[in-house]
Design a protein around this ligand. Structure first.
Ligand code: DC
Length: 224
């Protein structure tokens, strides 16, 4: 077992396939895995459960300051609990996708979660794939490999539709993918690769090909 540091930062818009790809890449390199979007989603779930007005920035921040989150960091088993409640499935519901941007645009909340994310990377012994929207630029700009995974809007809408098992119509999907990205990109730029970040466009790649492209980008970044 090697203990050489390997932090892989991966960003991308919704439906880019980043979570599945990031998990596979973590398994390939034997690394821990952190889904930072799940943290914003879990906090959204908690605020809704506490009936906090999501537009009240101070009230949301107060909830975030005492956020009883417990999150696993293995790629093969997803574990995420809030105050002992398993929220793995609940945080993927459309009502969370529709409200999460209100939480993610709260500056104070971001500062708190970014610190938790940096702690998680440190606690992994700097052997982790962390994925989100601002990992390559804000959370871990010093990562050993930084990747922006994109795909055309059409492909992303289709992927998210499949993921939700055909339960959402086109308008609902557009709300949860395109409208959410538009709101989120006011906070972070995850549509263009920052300097030193490798762009991987998966529009014309299948799942295996996308994983291979990311692994190749990681290997190249490590040689630098
Ligand atoms: O990746 P996801 O769809 O599960 O992310 C949920 C929301 O969290 C997304 O709308 C944007 C926000 N997010 C963020 O602002 N910063 C991150 N590092 C990860 C997610």
């Amino acid at each position: 077992m090697t203990s050489e540091r390997l932090v892989i930062a991966m960003d991308g818009p919704s439906g880019s396939g980043k979570s599945s790809v990031a998990k596979a890449v973590a398994q390939h390199f034997g690394l821990a895995y952190l889904d930072t979007g799940a943290m914003y989603r879990a906090l959204t779930w908690y605020c809704l459960q506490q009936q906090v007005d999501l537009t009240d920035a101070d009230a949301v921040l107060a909830v975030a300051q005492n956020f009883p989150l417990s999150q696993g960091t293995t790629a093969d088993v997803e574990m995420i609990e809030v105050d002992g409640v398993d929220v793995v499935e609940a945080i993927r519901e459309p009502r969370i996708s529709e409200n999460v941007s209100a939480i993610a645009s709260n500056r104070g909340v971001r500062d708190l979660l970014i610190n938790m994310q940096r702690d998680a990377i440190k606690n992994s012994g700097y052997r982790m794939v962390a994925e989100g929207r601002d990992i390559t630029t804000v959370v871990a700009p010093d990562a050993d490999a930084r990747i922006l995974l994109t795909a055309s809007e059409e492909v992303r809408l289709a992927r998210r539709g499949l993921q939700l098992g055909g339960t959402q119509n086109n308008e609902q999907l557009a709300q949860q993918v395109s409208a959410r990205d538009a709101k989120d990109s006011k906070v972070n730029n995850f549509t263009e690769a920052a300097e030193g970040v490798t762009l991987v466009d998966s529009s014309d790649l299948n799942f295996e090909e996308t994983i291979d492209a990311v692994i190749k980008a990681v290997e190249e970044a490590r040689q630098k």
